[in-house]
Design a protein around this ligand. Structure first.
Ligand SMILES: Cc1cc2nc3c(=O)[nH]c(=O)nc-3n(C[C@H](O)[C@H](O)[C@H](O)COP(=O)(O)OP(=O)(O)OC[C@H]3O[C@@H](n4cnc5c(N)ncnc54)[C@H](O)[C@@H]3O)c2cc1C
Length: 380
């Protein structure tokens, strides 16, 4: 029986990007999903690739570095699935005018007059135009990323590791990558507390031509090849203490009644930006974003929390034990908590993690599993 070098659990942006980079390094790769390729949050994504303005800090630097990287990456991977026409950011509560204008990303102020020259349909708004922004077709991208890798549709309930090999029914692999999004992790990772943020996005038909993406608290995309636009997305927190977060929100009773309300909210917010003539909602997508408290994504070897603390109880008192002395689940890695920017982060993080696994390149501290481990261990 074939033994794969890597088996990836989860076929979203995280898992598919990992498959791409590992396969590119001539590793044999299988990937598994209980739904389908991009059957979770990744299939619901807008998927907008936009900068994060504001004075430079570690978080927006990570986002904007990842953005620069992913724009080139997707354009080389599948140009037909990428529409790079830029984004107009309109000030709102989180992003006032000062924040929008002060940042490392080049932008241009568009006043109402200029916007009306571009399209009569713009409402009386103004904003900052960023050239480096795009919208992509997430499902097509995920399929393209995984060419050359073997896909299995399975719901994995547990992992079995024996004699240096993971065996999942009839699939064997030397290494496991957990890319599970909001689903319950297959091993205990208590320091990575995933909190789902539910969201709804719609595709609409309209006769209005939207020249570029527009973003205020929601985004309206430029017209796609078939003329439709994406509008998204809402944000609602699940009470995950009360129920397990399912991969496909379509099957989740919790939100059954609120679709129509959320669709109306999206349409109302879109119409405050641009007049959309002959509007018809053609499709609704739902998903849950995986986030942690800090909003940073997480990648790296999976630290075994309990056994690390058993071996080094002094960590709790603040004694510094280097990462290489911690206990890890064997040959197991995680990539998760991509939040609302899974397609911005995907290629960038997967490249860093692949370089780390195969060539020992370091992982930036703020996105490492170890950082979260130490934080929780010291608190305990
Ligand atoms: C409405 C909405 C709009 C969004 N808009 C954008 C956007 O504009 N731009 C952007 O960059 N991002 C956007 N996002 C965020 C983005 O979609 C996510 O960050 C990204 O999809 C996360 O990818 P992932 O691979 O971590 O998770 P997922 O795509 O959820 O993939 C995880 C997969 O793992 C599978 N899985 C888990 N456990 C198991 C198991 N035990 N056995 C088998 N399979 C398993 C699940 O079925 C799932 O398919 C949006 C998200 C939502 C919900």
């Amino acid at each position: 029986m074939k033994i794969y070098d890597f088996l990836i659990i989860g076929a979203g942006s995280a898992g598919c990007n990992m498959a791409y980079f590992l396969h590119k390094e001539n590793k044999s790769v299988a990937f598994i999903d209980r739904e389908a390729i991009a059957g979770g949050a990744s299939g619901a994504a807008g998927a907008f690739l936009s900068p994060l303005p504001g004075k430079t800090n570690p978080y927006n630097s990570l986002v904007n570095d990842a953005l620069e990287y992913c724009l080139d990456f997707y354009q080389n991977l599948l140009p037909s699935a990428v529409d790079k026409k830029g984004v107009l950011r309109v000030a709102n509560g989180n992003f006032d005018k000062d924040k929008l204008s002060q940042n490392s990303m080049t932008c241009e102020h568009y006043d109402t007059k200029k916007l009306h020259e571009i399209s009569k349909e713009f409402m009386d708004i103004e904003g900052y135009f960023y050239e480096n922004a795009a919208v992509i077709e997430p499902v097509q991208i995920c399929h393209e990323l995984t060419k050359g890798c073997d896909f299995y549709k399975k719901d994995i309930k547990e992992l079995c590791f024996e004699d240096g090999i993971y065996t999942l029914e009839d699939i064997k692999a030397k290494n496991i990558i957990l890319a599970q999004g909001v689903s319950n992790s297959l091993v205990k990772i208590p320091y990575m507390q995933i909190s789902p943020i539910f969201g709804l996005r719609i595709d609409v038909k309209t006769t209005t031509k939207v020249p570029f993406n527009i973003h205020k608290s929601i985004s309206v995309s430029t017209n796609k090849q078939d003329g439709t636009l994406s509008i998204g997305a809402t944000q609602e927190r699940h009470d995950s203490a009360k129920m397990e977060c399912l991969t496909t929100c379509d099957k989740c009773a919790f939100y059954e009644d609120s679709d129509e309300m959320q669709t109306q909210t999206l349409l109302k917010q879109a119409k405050e930006l641009i007049k959309l003539e002959d509007l018809e909602v053609v499709k609704t997508y739902k998903g849950a974003r995986a986030t942690i408290k800090s909003y940073f994504p997480v990648i790296g070897k999976v630290v075994d929390y309990e056994n690390s603390l058993k071996k080094h109880p002094c960590i709790k008192n603040g004694t510094k034990i280097p990462p290489e002395m911690l206990e890890y689940y064997p040959n197991m890695y995680v990539i998760n908590a991509l939040g609302s920017r899974g397609f911005v982060y995907g290629p960038y993080l997967a490249k860093i993690l692949t370089q780390n696994i195969l060539h020992g390149e370091p992982i930036p501290k703020e996105i490492s599993t170890q950082k979260l481990f130490y934080k929780m261990a010291r608190k305990s």
